[in-house]
Design a protein around this ligand. Structure first.
Ligand code: NAD
Length: 296
């Protein structure tokens, strides 16, 4: 790999790019809004457009908020498609609508550029540790070619099928996480209202069938009243909107997802869009007029 173009260095992209630099790769980095001095100090070359990042690279990685940003950075003015060489590989690691992954992939294929959708799960701590779970859609041979690079950012890298299947897998992940937090919230609100210490409920059930990564990660935050993100409510709204759109296009009713979407919308209206998604508990607390916190 001669040089990697990295576009979008926010909460996730920045530590991912830094892990690639530490692994010895040469990077050309671009972000439309964020300052990149710290990444430059580590040895990356900063460039002034996605087009320029692509022109200097044989692998281009994007880590952007949502579908419109990915279309802008790859297919828009001064975008990747204007600078990329034939035979290069573009890997979009953002969580976006699977239909847009396929659209972008097809547009790049017309220029003989290869494309994979490779969203991640694990959040900022795992982006920093290089232990993300990465789910990859697209051609298997292209996947095998870039897998060593992905393994510098993640500890689990799984090829899930054709183009768009990475983002379908990520939508499934986001539905499960949102519904799981809502279930935990409903159950703990009941326990507290019934007069049982929530810490003891957590200790008693975490080793049983109700135990989960969500339970272990979110209950301690809830008990401390710590709703600092993590993963913001507004990003989960974006993912559930993509899940609802994709499900409805396919004729798949998703009643529980629709319900949790309304909970997230209520939190946003209540000024909590930038809270961690564990703030779902605050919706239930308000309904039941109680608080699920550590008993001092
Ligand atoms: P972020 O908003 O912190 O970072 C996005 C970066 O993209 C910003 O620095 C922004 O300036 C830049 N950007 C926006 N439009 C651009 C454009 N057209 N060209 C170049 N740069 C542009 O978001 P994040 O938290 O790093 O998330 C990135 C993606 O990863 C999202 O799809 C998100 O859903 C997903 N994700 C986030 C987490 C998390 O815990 N934060 C976990 C898993 C997956």
């Amino acid at each position: 790999m001669e040089k990697i173009g990295f576009i979008g260095l926010g909460i996730m992209g920045r530590p991912m790019a830094k892990n690639l630099i530490r692994a010895g790769y040469k990077l050309a980095v671009y972000d439309k809004y964020a300052n990149l001095d710290d990444v430059k100090a580590l040895g990356a070359e900063t460039v002034s457009s996605s087009r320029e990042a692509a022109a200097k690279s044989d692998l281009i990685i994007t880590m952007l908020p949502n579908s419109p940003h990915v279309k802008d950075a790859i297919l828009g003015k001064d975008g990747v498609a204007e600078g990329v060489r034939a035979g290069a590989v573009v890997v979009d690691m953002s969580s976006i609508a699977p239909a847009v992954s396929r659209e972008v992939g097809q547009a790049l294929a017309a220029k003989n550029v290869l494309f994979l959708d490779a969203p991640v799960s694990g959040g900022e701590p795992k982006a920093i540790d290089g232990t993300l779970a990465i789910m990859v859609g697209g051609d298997k041979e292209v996947f095998e070619k870039v897998k060593p690079v992905l393994l510098k950012m993640g500890s689990s890298v799984v090829h899930t099928g054709g183009l768009g299947s990475g983002n379908v897998t990520k939508l499934a992940n986001q539905i499960i996480v949102a519904l799981n937090i809502a279930a935990v919230s409903e159950a703990f609100t009941l326990a507290v209202k019934a007069g049982v210490d929530p810490q003891l409920v957590f200790d008693a059930i975490k080793g049983g069938l109700a135990g989960s990564a969500v339970l272990n990660a979110k209950v301690p935050m809830i008990l401390d009243g710590n709703f600092k993100p993590g993963f913001r409510v507004e990003l989960h709204i974006k993912d559930l909107q993509n899940a609802l759109d994709t499900s409805h296009e396919l004729g798949v009713p998703v009643p529980l997802t629709a319900s949790v979407m309304e909970t997230l919308q209520a939190l946003k209206t209540d000024g909590m869009a930038a809270n961690d998604h564990s703030a779902i508990i605050r919706y239930y607390e308000k309904l039941a007029k109680t608080e699920v916190r550590k008993i001092k």
